[in-house]
Design a protein around this ligand. Structure first.
Ligand SMILES: Cc1ncc(COP(=O)(O)O)c(C=O)c1O
Length: 463
């Protein structure tokens, strides 16, 4: 069926069932700049373009589903973070949000550092030319092999996450005749205002060493005694998709409290403090994220104030935004396969991807928006649920959203703000092939991660 065809489809239910949605938007063809990448616009012909390329062309050239990433927007956001924090602070992009060699090169060019948390992420960073001293190595269970590779490569810091790891990293560094710069990740007991599974600074969880009960102080004692380690600071990451700065305020207060205790006990003022990532983005029009310069100002003021009252020199601050850099810069382009109205409930719109390219809805109950992008429509709104092609009834991409009632197979729809934690969490469930990441810039598109093929799948199947 042609992409411009729009036969009569299901109608909007008169009585809406319970759900996450609010009222239908006034104009279904409008694209809220809050949730779409910066160069996204609807052309005069009604077709959505990004980076000067229209989505019908993208679908023809690269197929669907595809993650479409606005390179100019990525670079602008990376630069905004870098400039907001200035020369006296460091921005580490959290590679777990999305990492590829092209992204590493962009980050390098824009002056950001990189946080990696596995051998695979480290290999990607190094192979794309990120200088090792600008890499931080994270993770709650780094293998000895990963630690060795990181130390050998000369990474700028390893963030220690347990008592065993303090010993392991010191041992490897000594074997290699190195003194490794390290930070200790602590949990400060803050409940970030976010989903339970992505709040990470409360104590009952796997990351970090608790401040409570003197455990973090004991970790510092041990790290300071080991010749292979140079303890440069304390790290705290309180969660993800956070809008409220009060969690950072409490975290900074407690981290600075520990720095003061370290000064009093050991006569050492640690030179660095890392407040992690976790800054929220707009997934729907209801979300109101802060700009990097506001966040930088707020965090710098909080740390400076806390240090003044503790009579400490203000340490060098670092932050680790992942989602807030890459999240808004991409959307997922899908082709509609089936449209199934359920009387008095909603219309199920099945697309050619699903939980294998976006697990966040199933995992976190995440909310997303969606729009018809291959054409405009004057049809009335219908309450829709965008679902994938997987063998799970929880295979939902967008739980509740309004789409035009004439939506039909062959139409292209797009889900914005899928730059973070979608491709990086993608799976091969049902042996569905992972989509490409297509970067668009100045009227041209290119795959920076190609589509997976059946040959890729079969190459791993060596039985
Ligand atoms: C230690 C650390 N830093 C940074 C991040 C990035 O978080 P976000 O992408 O929400 O900014 C994470 C995410 O889990 C993390 O664990």
């Amino acid at each position: 069926m042609s992409r411009s065809a729009h036969p009569a489809g299901p109608r909007h239910a008169d009585v809406l069932p319970e759900g996450h949605y609010s009222a239908p938007p006034a104009d279904l063809n409008a694209l809220d700049p809050k949730v779409w990448a910066r160069t996204v616009a609807r052309g005069a012909d009604g077709v959505v373009t990004v980076g000067g390329v229209d989505v019908n062309t993208l679908a023809e050239q690269h197929g669907t589903p595809a993650y479409v990433l606005d390179e100019a927007d990525f670079r602008a956001r990376a630069r905004a973070w870098r400039e907001a924090f200035g020369q006296d602070a460091d921005v580490f992009y959290a590679g777990k949000a999305f990492l590829s060699r092209a992204v590493v090169r962009w980050l390098h060019e824009e002056g950001l550092n990189l946080d990696v948390c596995s051998g695979g992420e480290l290999a990607t960073a190094l192979s794309a030319g990120m200088p090792a001293e600008r890499i931080a190595f994270h993770g709650n269970n780094k293998s000895t092999h990963e630690i060795r590779r990181a130390v050998e490569a000369g990474v700028g810091r390893i963030v220690l996450d347990s008592f065993q790891e303090i010993v392991r990293v010191a041992h490897v560094a000594q074997e290699l005749g190195r003194r490794q710069r390290v930070q200790i990740r602590i949990t400060v007991g803050v409940e970030a205002h976010t989903h339970e599974f992505i709040a990470t600074a409360h104590e009952d969880q796997k990351f970090g060493i608790p401040l409570a009960g003197g455990q973090a102080a004991e970790a510092v004692r041990r790290a300071l005694q080991l010749d292979g380690l140079e303890l440069i600071g304390i790290h705290s990451h309180i969660g993800s998709q956070i809008f409220d700065m009060s969690g950072f305020e409490v975290a900074a207060h407690r981290v600075v409290g520990l720095l003061k205790d370290i000064r009093d006990e050991h006569g050492v003022e640690l030179p660095e403090i890392d407040l992690g990532g976790g800054l929220g983005i707009a997934y729907t029009s209801g979300d109101d994220p802060r700009e990097p310069h506001e966040i930088a100002k707020a965090l710098t003021e909080i740390v400076t104030r806390e240090c003044e009252s503790a009579r400490l020199r203000t340490p060098r601050i670092s932050v680790e935004p992942g989602r807030a850099v890459v999240g808004p810069t991409a959307f997922t382009l899908y082709e509609v396969g089936t449209v199934k109205p359920l009387d008095g409930l909603r219309t199920y719109v099945s697309v050619d991807g699903g939980m294998s390219d976006n697990i966040r809805t199933a995992l976190y109950d995440a909310e997303y928006s969606v729009a018809l992008v291959s054409r405009t429509s004057d049809a009335e709104p219908m309450l829709a649920r965008v679902v994938g092609k997987h063998c799970e009834s929880g295979d939902i991409v967008v739980k509740d959203a309004f789409l035009p009632a004439d939506l039909a197979p062959g139409d292209l729809i797009a889900v914005p703000a899928t730059g973070a934690y979608c491709r990086s969490m993608a799976s091969n469930y049902n042996h569905v092939l992972r989509p490409p990441v297509v970067a668009v810039h100045d009227g041209a598109s290119r795959e920076i991660v190609r589509r997976e093929t059946e040959e890729d799948l079969l190459r791993l199947d060596v039985g």
